[in-house]
Design a binder for this molecule. Structure first.
Ligand code: C2E
Ligand code: CA
Ligand code: CA
Ligand code: CA
Length: 274
């Protein structure tokens, strides 16, 4: 039994080594990916709930890995956050998204996700401004999506950065609303321009009376606080009807459009089409 235990231990240790090696490899791959432009952005439309007028796009990062194919952000954004690559990754995304939006002939919004770790840079607002200037994009075209963990980590610093960003004319959206553990305190701490209701709620307005009540409550909260409300993850006509009836401001989801390369949206971002 003792020998068997040792054996199990050896196999387990070998598996750990393999996982660590795989991780190191992915890490150095990711470093190269950022330098050599293997990252790419997909864009998901955000539209007004009633008229389905195009408001803008959310930029979502993907990694076009030479051997592994298209890797979703859920696998490499957390890795980038752990190994210190989130700063260069975040700047790459912001620069690429702003450059793209600067080519559009319609003044649509471009929404970019920021990692809470990017707020560790005290000069984040100045960095964002420099990227906007370099891209030739008006700050009023940019929306930054942040989760409440930003405010929880280092409240004073985060609030001061957010105030500077807002003063520049950049709008700030609170992402994944309702999934954190102090969402209401976060709303009290900072005047967000928009609240994005997490798709965990939106996806259940049909089957779950509780989810419907929560979505209605968030819409009421947004109205009372003067913040726009966006519903994420709208997949069915029923969900759309519910959100229209409840006067939700904007929607985003597979029903309207999946995240895709911007070329797929060319006819909507130029000229007067919608
Ligand atoms: P998120 O910011 O909440 O983005 C929404 C996610 O929901 C996206 O997944 C999008 O493809 C997906 N989605 C949109 N509509 C629907 C729908 O109708 N149904 C379903 N089932 N899903 C829908 P994605 O692109 O895989 O991104 C996942 C997460 O990765 C994002 O969640 C965000 O937290 C993070 N992420 C993506 N791009 C960036 C980035 O550039 N920087 C940072 N820091 N994080 C990013
Ligand atoms: Ca987002
Ligand atoms: Ca979200
Ligand atoms: Ca999310």
């Amino acid at each position: 039994a003792k020998a068997e235990g040792r054996n199990t231990h050896r196999i387990f240790a070998a598996a750990m080594d393999a996982a660590a090696a795989e991780r190191r490899e992915l890490e150095s791959d990711l470093r190269r990916a950022i330098e050599e432009n293997e990252l790419t952005l997909h864009y998901q439309p955000q539209v007004t709930t009633g008229g389905r007028d195009l408001v803008g796009f959310e930029a979502l990062v993907r990694w076009q890995h030479p051997a592994r194919g298209l890797i979703p952000p859920s696998t490499f954004v957390p890795l980038a956050e752990e190994c210190g690559l989130i700063m260069p990754l975040g700047e790459w995304v912001l620069r690429a998204a702003c450059r793209e939006a600067a080519t559009w002939t319609r003044p649509l919004k471009i929404a970019v996700n920021l990692s809470p770790l990017q707020f560790q840079q005290a000069d984040l607002a100045e960095r964002v401004l420099a990227i906007l200037a370099e891209a030739g994009l008006s700050p009023t075209r940019l929306e930054l999506e942040i989760t409440e963990s930003v405010i929880i980590n280092d409240m004073e610093r985060a609030l001061s950065i957010l105030r500077r960003l807002k003063a520049l004319g950049i709008s700030i959206a609170m992402d994944d609303f309702g999934t954190g553990y102090s969402s209401l305190a976060t709303l009290q701490a900072f005047p967000f321009d928009k609240i994005k209701i997490d798709r965990a709620f939106v996806g259940h307005v049909e089957g779950s009376p509780q989810a419907a009540v929560i979505v209605r409550a968030v819409l009421g909260l947004g109205r009372s606080l003067g913040m726009g409300v966006v519903a994420e993850g709208v997949e069915t006509p029923h969900q759309m009807r519910f959100l229209t009836d409840e006067s939700c401001d904007e929607v985003q989801g597979y029903l309207v459009g999946k995240p895709q390369p911007i070329e797929r949206f060319t006819r909507y971002i130029h000229g007067a089409g919608r």
